[in-house]
Design a protein around this ligand. Structure first.
Ligand SMILES: [Zn+2]
Length: 92
């Protein structure tokens, strides 16, 4: 084995592990509930529907950036677009 083979295998395993971890995080009902409780919402630019961020598979905990856009699939119209991400403080 050459060093670059080992590096390649290691990075593939690293990416796979990261993907599995991300998948587990977005599928965790506990994390989804926490994200919803924090009031994270997304607004679809195509159908103007406001959805809970966790419903679009988005988990944001501790991230305080407002007015950011993120590429997500709309739970309402099923289209993928740059959604406006914001935190609705009135949900508590
Ligand atoms: Zn939509």
């Amino acid at each position: 084995m050459e060093w670059w083979m080992i590096a390649g295998v290691a990075s593939v395993f690293g990416m796979a592990a990261a993907f599995v971890a991300l998948n587990a995080a977005t599928k965790s009902p506990k994390l989804r509930a926490a994200t919803n409780h924090a009031g994270w919402k997304i607004e679809c630019p195509k159908c103007n529907t406001v959805s809970a961020a966790a419903d679009a598979g988005m988990i944001r905990i501790g991230a305080a950036s407002k007015g950011k856009r993120s590429l997500l699939r709309c739970p309402s119209c099923q289209r993928t677009a740059m959604m406006r991400v914001f935190r609705d403080g009135n949900t508590h």
